[in-house]
Design a protein around this ligand. Structure first.
Ligand SMILES: C[S@@+](CC[C@H](N)C(=O)[O-])C[C@H]1O[C@@H](n2cnc3c(N)ncnc32)[C@H](O)[C@@H]1O
Length: 703
């Protein structure tokens, strides 16, 4: 062994002792390491003797395994790391002995007796989510620990995982002091356990006093890394901490191999659940993502070909212009890896709604300018049955700021009264069973649609109903418009001298079966309430309309897409909001629920409602306007209340829509009316019937 007075040896023992590792355990491992590293102390001392500590734990692991394998182990003798906890039921706190000794003792060749005890939580246990500190309970009866266990939780930034540090006072010291005593076990928080925080023991050894810093070998990955590291050491190459926890693949290459795209992953060995995927797995996953989000549906598309071409382009660009476009590539030049800091800039960020967002850089070949693109895999945060992605391939727009909400929510004063008592026998089909559409005689819920259901058995809007709605909207002749006696819109503008009502469009309602009906949720007359089922995507439009919504699949005529969801506001509240915003907002998101305003003489303010999706809304808030020939039609749907001041506004396709087509509807804007709550904008709908374009033409003629 090394000379006893070598201060580095003393330091090594001291460091291990502070981790609760006794000298007898340290000695053989340190000796082996010194031999292995050719007495290169730098490697051993690095990171506060981390390598030494690792090696000790590996050694103990190996020893335990060897003991287990050779059937010589007495069943009652506990292996050093896998010892079952005695005297306590599972999921409970247990104690174990530990040894501690001074450097002096070691130098004297003496192994000191156990002086400390530790307490630890084993397996899963629910604890409070207090972010700083909490008590998880009293020590169990029979235990010498009389004080509650303290759990400190801390975010381990290096490993992006939360760690809990458990501290327990020992029996032979003052309890208050003991909380600060180095009798601490680190316990990793099992994040996959969701709300019930699970604690998993990382390390345990009867001969160790509680370590003061974390050492956590034991995952399968760690063994993999240990193997790799051992191989490296055996092959004589110098051991480098940096490269040990990296995986690097060359993914693609130019034909001559001069330019390469490689993938590097820095995965710290302490990150428990990290499984190193193969290059093939990564590529096929990425290729699927490309198909899904970038619509690279052609069979000829291959990500690997694309990346190889990228490498070729690198050379080509160099040849032709002498400029580099390499900034987001990791490029190997003459077999020497070059580090490009930008290569690592694709980050996970969080949008205002809490959605998980990928952000990265797109290389623009023309300008050599990097742009930021956004991809959100699910803007609904899991609140809808289907995921809805968001994609900005152009990198021009900030992510939308709002909170995704799958259902309407009352803001303040709106009167939305849905009660079972209000639903009369004529408003439900309590005698029905199963699917109302399968019955030979349509039930009472079809009464409002002329005794026929509005839906087909395939869940589409039936042709007759759809056509009559479309024709009412396309030609709102006089008898399709109604005029309020005392229009809430005009009243909001001037309560004392309201102007004459400008008219509201008459609508056909669908009435869906609901809670008081005897049918089940799969009944064909429950389409809107079952929610979104189609594959949709929010994307950045190229016509300057901002974000838009498109379908990722072909949609038959009459398909239900989504309903318009937002805050339920009274018309007055909307008016006040609009006044406050002073027209500064880039986009506006209100729709009026005015389909039934004509049925009552004078509508109360709290009954004149609208939906505003500015702050809270669903995917419908992204649907842009198109004059007259939009491929969607909005239909009022009665679900939970026969009171038609409040209803759902559902969108159905007016024709077959191809995959990737933008979905649009006619907002019914009067581009001349500057006072309407749905503010007119400069229309870029592109329709030949564009009303705004006509206005421009007209005003042009005037001049
Ligand atoms: C309900 S939002 C639609 C989503 C919006 N494009 C966005 O980026 O969030 C309505 C707003 O979109 C814009 N918009 C919708 N249709 C448009 C069109 N045809 N031409 C120009 N802008 C349009 C207008 O700014 C309008 O106020």
């Amino acid at each position: 062994m090394a000379p006893e007075r070598d201060p580095r040896i003393a330091n090594a023992f001291r460091a291990m002792r502070s981790l609760g590792i006794d000298a007898e355990t340290v000695k053989p491992v340190l000796r082996r390491l010194l031999k292995l590293y050719n007495r290169n102390w730098d490697l051993i001392e690095e990171d506060n003797f981390r390598t030494l500590a690792d090696a000790i734990f590996e050694h103990s692991d190996d020893k335990a395994k060897a003991e287990k394998n050779s059937d010589t182990v007495d069943e009652d003798v506990e292996p050093p790391f896998k010892k079952p906890h005695r005297g306590l039921p599972e999921d409970q706190v247990s104690s174990t002995g530990g040894n501690g000794k001074s450097i002096k003792d070691i130098e004297d060749g003496e192994v000191p007796k156990s002086s400390n005890d530790i307490m630890m939580v084993e397996s899963s246990q629910s604890v409070s989510r207090d972010p700083t500190q909490c008590c998880v309970g009293e020590a169990p009866s029979g235990s010498k620990f009389k004080n509650p266990i303290r759990v400190n939780s801390a975010l381990d930034e290096e490993n992006s995982s939360k760690r809990l540090i458990l501290r327990a006072p020992c029996s032979n010291q003052d309890a208050n002091n003991c909380v600060l005593d180095p009798m601490i076990r680190d316990i990793a928080l099992d994040r996959e356990n969701g709300n019930s925080i699970g604690l998993r023991e990382i390390q345990r050894s009867p001969q160790f006093a509680a370590p003061t810093s974390r050492i956590c070998p034991g995952s399968s990955n760690t063994s993999e890394h240990s193997e790799k590291r051992k191989k490296k050491l055996e092959s004589g190459s110098s051991y480098d901490h940096q490269t040990t926890f990296q995986t690097a693949y060359d993914i693609a290459s130019s034909t001559c191999g001069k330019v390469k795209v490689s993938l590097t992953c820095n995965h710290d060995q302490w990150q428990h659940n990290f499984r190193v995927p193969s290059a093939d797995e990564v590529l096929s996953f990425a290729e699927n993502t490309c198909h899904k989000f970038y619509e690279t549906t052609g069979a000829q598309f291959s990500l690997i070909k694309l990346l190889n071409e990228l490498c070729e382009s690198y050379l080509e660009t160099n040849r032709s212009s002498g400029n580099y476009i390499h900034r987001s590539l990791s490029c190997s030049r003459d077999s020497t890896r070059e580090d490009h800091p930008e290569a690592d800039q694709g980050k996970r960020i969080s949008s205002g709604s809490g959605s998980s967002v990928s952000r990265g850089h797109v290389i623009s070949r023309d300008s050599d300018k990097k742009k930021v693109f956004h991809k959100v895999s699910d803007i609904t945060n899991g609140t809808e049955k289907v995921k809805i992605s968001l994609l900005d391939e152009k990198g021009n727009e900030d992510l939308p700021h709002y909170i995704y909400c799958p259902e309407n929510i009352t803001y303040e004063s709106a009167y939305v009264h849905a009660s079972l008592a209000r639903i009369s026998d004529e408003d439900c089909c309590s005698g029905c069973i199963g699917d109302c559409l399968s019955s030979s005689i349509p039930c009472t819920c079809a009464r409002d649609t002329g005794g026929e259901f509005a839906y087909t058995p395939e869940g589409l809007l039936n042709e007759k109903f759809l056509q009559s709605c479309i024709s009412m909207k396309l030609s709102p002749k006089k008898h399709h418009l109604f005029y309020c006696q005392d229009c809430p819109l005009e009243r909001a503008k001037n309560i004392n001298m309201p102007e004459k009502c400008k008219g509201h469009m008459l609508r056909k309602f669908i009435k869906e079966c609901w809670r008081k009906c005897g049918c089940n949720m799969q009944c064909g007359n429950r389409v809107v309430q079952r929610g979104i089922t189609r594959k949709l995507q929010v994307f950045l439009t190229s016509e300057g309309k901002g974000w838009g919504l498109r379908t990722l699949e072909e949609l038959p005529k009459g398909s239900f897409i989504c309903e318009y969801v937002g805050e339920i506001l009274t018309n007055i509240e909307l008016y006040e909001r609009n006044k406050k915003s002073r027209g500064d907002d880039k986009h506006v998101y209100p729709v009026l629920l005015d389909a039934d305003w004509a049925t009552e003489g004078v509508l109360k303010d709290e009954d004149a409602l609208c939906l505003d999706a500015t702050h809270y809304g669903n995917v419908a808030r992204f649907i842009n306007h198109r004059c007259l020939d939009g491929n969607l039609l909005e239909v009022p749907v009665q679900v939970e209340t026969p009171d038609r001041h409040y209803y759902h506004l559902a969108f159905f396709t007016t024709r077959k829509v191809d995959a990737l087509e933008e979905l649009t509807w006619d907002y019914g804007i009067d581009f001349d009316d500057k006072t309407h709550p749905v503010k007119a904008f400069q229309c870029h709908c592109g329709s030949q019937y564009c009303r705004d374009r006509k206005l421009k033409k007209n005003s042009f003629r005037k001049f």
